[in-house]
Design a protein around this ligand. Structure first.
Ligand SMILES: [Zn+2]
Length: 339
């Protein structure tokens, strides 16, 4: 046991006491894509007591270039990322209590998950979920670590409620909304650099070395050889609706959550039905087969195809409509299939 973590214990910033702390902590990772798989792997190897990881997508061939937990076998089986990540993380370190959730990290879900969480990792690919994480973190006093990348450009920032500005404060000075992977692809080293910044911060927080936590906003461009560290102490905004004196947590309002979203970096629309209850995939498979659809599946999802139409339906009724970015068109396809 000690042998396993000996190099980390030898490191003065952690030591035996720090390792004991790490082994009692719970980290929540939102997203199991590129940033999520790297964050999860490093924290699992570091011996964090419990890791919960949430993701709404499944593994595809285009993920393998940078999403380090996944294999060709996961692609062939169309495994949900959360399920594939859980399997791999358990094989890496059986000491860690790994919990995987296949689903959308809605404000509701986040609020349910956070009460016993020590640190939250941002590994999402969308602005809406990040802002919900930001509000949940402020409301429940959970430190979290923002991370994002596109192309060769990445950034990271540590947010400690009551101490640092929050993400909503930062929006006043940094246009974070523009950071989506839609625009220019991404190279794996960018992902790894953001993961390094995020997990180093997480380790500091887990051993409670709060003075060591970085307070600046880091951004870099690995292709243009730039590295910037911006002081953010003045960015805290008293009127901020997420962390200010008269806060309302605007991003936890369910009305603000769109039900239909275009997914990052691909021609795919996600549709989340309003009344979520589990659906019988078996029954649906039989029904759709009889209508002439080509249906394949695993215990977590159904993959449905006919002509140009391709979609994946999860157990919670959520669907990914492929081959389109048009929300109305996607809804029409969804209604035709789901009735
Ligand atoms: Zn704020």
């Amino acid at each position: 046991m000690n042998e396993r973590y000996s190099r980390q214990i030898l490191f003065p910033g952690i030591g035996k006491e720090g390792q004991d702390k790490i082994s009692r902590k719970h980290v929540l990772i939102i997203g199991a894509g590129a940033l999520g798989s790297g964050n999860a792997e490093i924290l699992t190897r570091a011996g964090v007591g419990k890791i919960t990881i949430v993701d709404r997508d499944y593994v595809e061939a285009s993920n393998l270039q940078r999403q380090q937990l996944y294999t060709e076998e996961d692609v062939a089986e169309k495994l949900p990322k959360a399920a594939a990540a859980e399997k791999r993380l358990k094989a890496i370190n059986s000491d860690v209590d790994i919990r995987a959730i296949i689903g959308d990290a809605t404000p509701e879900m986040l609020e349910e998950l956070v009460p016993d969480v020590d640190v939250m990792m941002d590994a999402t690919d969308n602005f809406e979920t990040r802002m919900a994480m930001n509000d949940v973190a402020q409301k429940h006093n959970i430190p979290w670590i923002y991370g994002a990348c596109v192309g060769s450009f990445g950034m990271s920032f540590s947010i400690i409620p009551g101490k640092t500005p929050c993400l909503n404060c930062l929006l006043r000075t940094i246009p974070l909304q523009g950071m989506t992977c839609d625009t220019g692809g991404v190279i794996s080293p960018t992902v790894q650099m953001v993961i390094s910044h995020q997990t180093a911060e997480a380790l500091k927080m887990l051993v409670e070395d709060w003075d060591a936590v970085r307070t600046s906003f880091v951004s870099f461009d690995l292709w243009r050889n730039q590295y910037t560290s911006m002081k953010m102490s003045k960015a805290k905004f008293a009127g901020c609706l997420s962390c200010g004196e008269e806060r309302t947590y605007p991003y936890l309002d369910r009305e603000n959550m769109t039900k239909t979203t275009v997914l990052c970096g691909r021609d795919t629309v996600q549709i989340r039905p309003a009344n979520t209850g589990e659906i019988s995939l078996e029954q649906l498979a039989a029904q759709l087969s009889s209508l002439g659809y080509n249906v394949k599946g695993n215990p977590y999802l159904l993959s449905v195809e006919m002509g140009e139409e391709r979609m994946v339906i999860f157990q919670d009724g959520r669907a990914l409509i492929h081959g389109t970015k048009d929300l109305t068109h996607a809804k029409t396809i969804y209604q035709r299939i789901m009735g």
